[in-house]
Unconditional design. Structure first.
Length: 362
């Protein structure tokens, strides 16, 4: 069975919008797209008076090399959030189909599913936040078109071992598209499963420049998948998803100098991760620091609500994740620069001291 048979039939039958930019190969004078002939002020040679390439060739080539896939296996868009939305709209018929997720996990899968009126089948992670492969497989019905697996998982932080991903792929045998979200894989010791795309038609991988590449503000993310899936999504994607200035900052970040800087920051982050973990674990107000291979820690507190407020009052904003199942006493803390982490720890150490001082009093 072809993976395309999982997609909505009306999308498979659709003719994509043909933009002026797509039809423009070989021209020298462009009078076809109702653009301005003059660059805007402050353009700096970018050429923002012209529409961008639908899939900027230089960026696609760079990203494909970075992720070890062929050009036709890669779609670049506005963050991996856009790819999640496109996948759900292309594969799930409203009111009929479903996606499968493993809570506690990234919220956008459920949000995009609800926008499309696709059902959300939940197979919770185990108590130790590992993925239960057999439970996931048992929950796959014909309505389930997409299975999202987040590794390392946000907000808990653990990786899904590669063997588990492979076992899912083997057992699914194309009954649903497995979407592996690797937003944090650069921070992990586990490696990407992108190389498995050639072997399994039913595998898609999400990557992003928002986290390890410091480009959350530029909104660049990728879907790596079978070429048939990539061209299907291009049919429903708006014609010019990646703005020229964003392409420029992404190319700079992925240059040799940019990559060297990213590696440097990654090394600092690894050290800080261990240091912060140790410091947090030693605090009286901390019940547990969950194992994490990402650039954040999920931390259980004796009183997470009060801790959140205390940090906030001191100007330190962390993520309250108490609404997630199994994390009712937890906050998610991003590992920042050393001075930022110090400030966060100082607030918590102060809190621990206060508790000590006031101990015994009403
Ligand atoms: C941050 C995050 C994303 C979103 O990435 P963008 O590329 O910025 O849209 C995707 N998945 C997970 C799990 C994330 O935490």
């Amino acid at each position: 069975m072809s993976v395309l048979e999982l997609a909505r039939p009306e999308i498979r039958a659709m003719q994509p919008y043909s933009s002026a930019r797509m039809e423009a190969s070989g021209g020298q004078v462009f009078l076809n797209a109702n653009e301005s002939a003059w660059p805007p002020p402050g353009d700096d040679g970018l050429g923002c008076n012209r529409y961008p390439e639908p899939q900027p060739a230089a960026l696609v080539a760079t990203l494909a090399a970075l992720y070890g896939v062929r050009h036709e296996q890669l779609l670049v868009g506005r963050g991996s959030d856009e790819a999640i939305d496109l996948l759900i709209r292309a594969f799930c018929r409203a009111g009929e189909d479903a996606v499968l997720i493993q809570p506690p996990t990234f919220g956008m899968y459920g949000v995009c599913a609800r926008i499309q009126n696709a059902a959300v089948v939940e197979v919770p992670l185990a108590d130790d936040f590992t993925l239960d492969v057999d439970a996931v497989l048992a929950a796959v019905t014909p309505a389930v078109k997409l299975i999202f697996v987040c590794t390392p998982n946000n907000p808990s932080g653990q990786c899904v071992p590669r063997e588990d991903v492979e076992r899912l792929l083997q057992q699914l045998d194309g009954r649903a598209l497995l979407v592996v979200d690797e937003a944090y894989i650069e921070f992990a010791f586990e490696r990407s499963v992108a190389d498995l795309i050639d072997r399994y038609e039913g595998l898609a991988v999400l990557r992003t420049l928002s986290k390890a590449w410091a480009l959350a503000g530029a909104r660049i993310g990728c879907l790596l998948a079978n070429p048939a899936v990539i061209s299907l999504l291009r049919r429903i994607m708006p014609p010019y998803p990646v703005p020229l200035p964003c392409v420029a900052v992404a190319m700079a970040a992925l240059s040799e100098a940019g990559q060297a800087q990213a590696r440097e920051h990654l090394a600092v982050l690894r050290n800080e991760h261990e240091r912060v973990r140790g410091a947090l674990a030693a605090l009286a107000c901390v019940r547990a620091v969950l194992p994490s291979q990402a650039n954040f820690l999920a931390v259980r507190f004796a009183d997470a609500g009060a801790t959140y407020q205390r940090l906030l009052a001191a100007g330190v904003v962390v993520r309250d994740v108490r609404r997630y199942p199994k994390l009712g006493d937890a906050l998610r803390i991003t590992i920042g620069a050393p001075a930022e982490n110090d400030r966060m720890l100082a607030v918590l150490e102060g809190a621990a001291q206060d508790r000590g001082f006031s101990g015994g009093s009403a």
